[in-house]
Design a protein around this ligand. Structure first.
Ligand code: DLL
Length: 432
């Protein structure tokens, strides 16, 4: 079985990775200074020139970039190549305000595809596999990224996009898809539909590559058991390229960062101080060799930890743990920080599935937290006494995890809308 897509790079000794990063970083800083007026202005404002940057250890002299910086410069923020050299754009979903547009030259697409091919191989794929891509295609990077990676690897690629479950399952069974790429919530939904239609023995899936949203270890175990596969995490964001900034290997203990292209830092989001390996903070990325959209010290808002223990898979790239959620997704309820992933962990621990909705409101100047949770078919009952008892049990498990009271409403199976892309878990009515 193929172990690596690019063995020489993926298993490169640490000192060599460092010197490769140094070399690319110095070139990149020169590139943004010469060709990217937005970042040059930021550097000038911070009083830094490329002469002050002698190696990657000087990175902390450079200013951070935020989503607001990119939104403000819409539609050409951080563009560092003439449009005639760009071949594609992608864009963030932009729930509020202006979207961020990321530009790609052919070189940028090639390196991104390679990153996704590395992720596929790490999940056990090779050219003989049939890769079913059920991430959305279009402005979202999920479909295009895994599609490109699968092409690079030479696997037969099914560009299914999301939605139309019947068609998904028909192609999955008729063409014997072996690798599924989708959001974890859509994978869970497909697993449910496969069970309902009695198709489990007709699917040939052996692995899945799931990302684009936070998901828990409990959800991983559920998907693995329901589909009979290994479920691997993959991380990325439009501003850096898309999926494949980091990916999981057979150890399934965090995601290797493609460090030949992306330099990672963890910072304290309040003091902006760089934190050592092992400490939790906000993840910051610098693109080392992108041409059209070379973001430097981009603040992802993802709360994460970097680790550099050696990995049994032989890859030498450092790993990031599963992001705990986003600092801006983090709910502050009655002064307590609450991550949706904590709620999900409790639900799955208690035998429910990740079909829930969190509703936050403010009544008489006090925050309220309500959670609608779907009963599974097995747990379903219309005996009100039993339902109340089950709700009580969940309330106390949630209190133990979160430290605050959450009102739980158990609802009948299949009454919470399913998502084909990223799941919408939180309705925060306080903002309205
Ligand atoms: O979600 C890219 C992607 C597509 C990644 C397919 C993986 C698979 P954006 O839409 O720009 O890009 O959203 C980026 O999604 O900052 C994280 O908050 C979140 N995210 C992405 N992957 C993971 C993951 C794509 N594996 C934002 N775990 C990021 C947790 C994730 N959160």
């Amino acid at each position: 079985m193929q172990k690596y897509f690019q063995q020489e790079i993926e298993t490169m000794p640490r000192e060599q990775i460092k010197s490769l990063q140094n070399e690319k970083f110095l070139k990149q800083i020169q590139h943004v200074w010469n060709d990217c007026p937005d970042y040059r202005r930021k550097m000038e404002k911070a009083g830094v020139t490329p002469d002050d940057i002698k190696s990657i250890d000087d990175i902390s002299k450079l200013p951070f970039l935020s989503k607001d910086d990119l939104r403000e410069g819409y539609p050409y923020a951080m563009l560092a190549k003439p449009l005639s050299e760009c071949v594609r754009i992608h864009s963030t979903s932009g729930t509020t305000g202006k979207r961020v547009i990321a530009y790609y030259t052919q070189h940028d697409i090639d390196l991104w595809d390679e990153c996704c091919a590395r992720a596929l191989v790490a999940a056990g794929a090779d050219k003989n596999d049939v890769v079913h891509v059920a991430y959305g295609f279009g402005l979202f990077t999920g479909g295009a990224g895994l599609n490109g990676g699968s092409h690079k690897l030479g696997s037969l690629t099914l560009p299914m996009s999301s939605g139309n479950t019947d068609r998904q399952l028909q192609f999955m069974t008729d063409l014997g898809a072996t690798i599924l790429c989708s959001t974890p919530s859509y994978a869970a939904y497909l697993a449910e539909s496969i069970k309902e239609r009695g198709l489990r023995d007709q699917i040939k899936l052996k692995a899945g590559i799931f990302g684009a949203e936070a998901w828990s270890e409990e959800m991983r175990r559920d998907i693995e058991a329901n589909l009979g596969i290994k479920a691997y995490d993959i991380y990325g964001l439009t501003e850096i390229s898309g999926p494949g900034v980091s990916f999981e290997c057979s150890e399934q203990t965090g995601m290797h960062i493609n460090e030949d292209h992306f330099y990672a830092e963890i910072i304290d989001p309040d003091t902006l101080e760089v934190l050592p390996y092992g400490e939790q903070g906000e993840l910051v990325f610098t693109c080392l060799d992108k041409e059209a959209f070379p973001v430097i010290r981009y603040r992802t808002k993802d709360i994460c930890v970097l680790t550099k223990e050696t990995c049994s898979c032989g890859r030498t790239f450092i790993k990031m743990v599963k992001p705990r959620g986003r600092s801006d997704d983090m709910l502050i309820i009655k002064g307590v920080n609450v991550f949706p992933s904590q709620i999900e962990t409790v639900l799955i621990d208690q035998g429910y599935q990740a079909n829930y909705q969190i509703i936050v409101d403010r009544v008489n100047n006090s925050d309220t937290l309500d959670i609608n949770v779907e009963m599974t078919q097995e747990k379903f009952t219309d005996n009100l006494g039993e339902v109340a008892e089950m709700e009580k049990k969940l309330v106390s498990a949630l209190k133990a995890m979160l430290g605050i009271y959450a009102k739980v409403h158990l609802v009948a199976p299949k009454t919470i809308a399913r998502s084909e892309g990223k799941a919408v878990r939180v309705i925060d009515n306080r903002k309205i």
